[in-house]
Design a binder for this molecule. Structure first.
Ligand SMILES: NC(=O)c1ccc[n+]([C@@H]2O[C@H](COP(=O)([O-])OP(=O)(O)OC[C@H]3O[C@@H](n4cnc5c(N)ncnc54)[C@H](OP(=O)(O)O)[C@@H]3O)[C@@H](O)[C@H]2O)c1
Length: 148
């Protein structure tokens, strides 16, 4: 399983249900990486997303009667397909990163305010494998599991 996450320099990943920056290069990377794939997001993240065409979206929610337009609501994490890309937010990274063998981590080179944070524990057991993109605005690093 793969997870994809973007953080600011000070570890913010979200604010008020959305992203507190605009980073075109990272959005393009997200689109390229997830296009035509299955993705899994938490219900909070889903509520803040614009419609994502071309992705088969699974939404984790504890509400068994939740209706998520254009997506499949799932209550049991075990029912998320093993090939879904983990797209957050924090609660879903906590839950699913332990099942991942690759993390794609964007660092947006800004200090911003937020209410949802990158948990350094997500990187435990991983090591940087490759820098995929590096600009003045952001970097994208692929981490691979190093603890087997
Ligand atoms: N920077 C990034 O890369 C990135 C990526 C994604 C999201 N974000 C940001 O992260 C923030 C949201 O993160 P968040 O942690 O607050 O919320 P979240 O992870 O998006 O969603 C949390 C919701 O997921 C459901 N859930 C959690 N654990 C579950 C489980 N074990 N089984 C079934 N359902 C479960 C619950 O939905 P119910 O309440 O419906 O039961 C819970 O309220 C937003 O600001 C978003 O923009 C950032």
């Amino acid at each position: 399983m793969i997870a994809i996450v973007a953080r600011s320099e000070n570890g913010v990943i979200g604010k008020d249900g959305g992203l507190p920056w605009r980073c075109k290069g990272d959005l393009q990377f997200f689109k390229r990486t997830t296009m035509d794939q299955k993705i899994v997001v938490g219900r909070t993240t889903f509520d803040g997303l614009p419609p994502l065409k071309g992705r088969d979206i699974f939404v984790l929610t504890r509400n068994p009667s939740a209706r998520c337009e254009g997506a499949t609501a799932v209550s049991n994490p075990a029912d998320v397909p093993a090939d879904a890309i983990v797209c957050g937010g924090a609660a879903i990274y906590d839950l699913m990163i332990p099942k991942c063998d690759q993390l794609l981590v964007t660092t947006v080179k800004k200090v911003v305010e937020g209410d949802t944070f990158f948990n350094p524990q997500w990187l435990e057991g991983f090591e940087p494998a490759e820098t995929l993109e590096e600009t003045d605005e952001y970097s994208i690093v692929s981490y691979k599991r190093s603890d087997g």
